[in-house]
Design a protein around this ligand. Structure first.
Ligand SMILES: [Zn+2]
Length: 289
C-alpha cells in the first residue's frame, strides 16, 4: 500500500514538472517569435528585417534627381556615435520649434508636433524637453563636467538636432519609463518616426545603457523596422548592404555612395524620395512608392 502511494506521488510530481516545463518552453517560444522575426537555418534565433532585397533595373542620375520636386534632402539618417563622429564641417539643419527656444532638426518638426499633440490629447499632460540641439562647444563643456555620462564632442547626436531628451512632471531620466507617458513613448514613438536610440536590449551594441528619455528621429519606414525587429540604429544601418535595394509595403530603401556623375539604379515610379547622408560615407535613399 505504501509503495503504491509512493509511486502515485512520484507520478504526480513528474507530471507536474513536465507541465511546468511545457508551459515554460511555450512562453520562451512566444517571446522568441515576438523578438526575432526569422530563424536562421542552423536553428539559432537571429534578428532580421522584415523586408526583402528587390531587383530594380531602371536608372537615373544625380542631376535629374536634384531637379525633381518629389525629391528632398535631409539629415534624418545620420548615424552618430564614437565610431562615426561628426566631421568638424558638419552643419546641422535646425530650427526653433514653435517659439519654444527648443531647437531641433528641420526634418522632425512636423513629427514632433504630432507626437507632442497626441500626448497632450491622450494624457492631458505636457511633454517637456530637457535637452535639445547642442553645439560642439556645449557638448565639450558637458563632457568636461561629467565625462562618465556625457559623450565626447562629435559623438553625440544632440549635435545633429535629431535627438531630444524628454520628460514629464515628476518623471524624468531613469524614472521617465515609470510614467504612463514614458511607457507610451517607449512603445509608440516609432509610429511618429522616432526610435528609442539607446534601448534596454542594445547596450552591447551602442555602448550606452538604456535611456528611455532620449528619442531620435529617423522617419518612416526606418523607425517601424528598427522598433519591430528590436534593432539598434547601428545594426540597422549596417544591415543595409551598399547598393542593394530593399522593399517594404510602401517604400524602397537603398544605402549607397551616390555617384554624382554616373547613372545609378533607381525606381522609375515613385511618390516622393528623401536622401540623407548616413555619416559613414554613404547616403540612405528612402523612396515612397
Ligand atoms: Zn540625449
Amino acid at each position: 500500500m505504501n509503495n503504491k502511494k509512493k509511486l502515485i506521488k512520484i507520478l504526480v510530481i513528474t507530471a507536474a514538472a513536465l507541465l511546468v516545463l511545457f508551459v515554460l518552453s511555450a512562453v520562451v517560444a512566444i517571446n522568441a517569435d515576438k523578438i526575432f522575426v526569422h530563424i536562421e537555418k542552423n536553428g539559432a534565433f537571429k534578428k532580421s528585417i522584415e523586408f526583402n532585397e528587390v531587383e530594380i533595373t531602371s536608372t537615373t542620375t544625380f542631376e535629374v534627381l536634384s531637379d525633381d520636386s518629389r525629391v528632398s534632402f535631409d539629415q534624418s539618417m545620420m548615424l552618430v556615435n564614437k565610431l562615426y563622429t561628426l566631421p568638424d564641417a558638419f552643419e546641422p539643419q535646425i530650427s526653433e520649434y514653435k517659439s519654444t527656444t527648443v531647437y531641433m532638426n528641420n526634418c522632425m518638426l512636423d513629427a514632433y508636433a504630432e507626437l507632442s499633440a497626441d500626448i497632450s490629447r491622450r494624457f492631458r499632460q505636457k511633454l517637456y524637453v530637457s535637452s535639445d540641439f547642442r553645439t560642439a562647444d556645449e557638448q565639450a563643456a558637458l563632457y568636461e563636467e561629467d565625462p562618465l555620462t556625457a559623450t565626447l564632442p562629435g559623438a553625440s547626436e544632440h549635435q545633429t538636432g535629431l535627438a531630444l531628451d524628454v520628460y514629464v512632471a515628476r518623471f524624468s531620466g531613469d524614472g521617465f519609463i515609470k510614467s504612463p507617458i514614458g511607457r507610451f513613448i517607449n512603445r509608440n514613438s516609432w509610429k511618429y518616426g522616432f526610435i528609442i536610440r539607446y534601448p534596454s536590449y542594445g547596450e552591447d551594441v551602442t555602448g550606452i545603457r538604456f535611456e528611455p528619455w532620449h528619442i531620435r528621429y529617423v522617419g518612416h519606414p526606418h523607425s517601424d523596422i528598427i522598433y519591430n525587429n528590436h534593432l539598434t540604429l547601428e545594426e540597422y544601418v549596417e544591415s543595409l548592404k551598399l547598393g542593394k535595394w530593399y522593399e517594404t509595403e510602401d517604400y524602397y530603401i537603398c544605402r549607397m555612395a551616390i555617384p554624382y556623375e554616373d547613372e545609378f539604379i533607381f525606381p522609375s515610379d515613385f511618390t516622393s524620395c528623401v536622401i540623407s547622408p548616413d555619416n559613414t560615407g554613404s547616403s540612405i535613399i528612402t523612396v515612397k512608392k
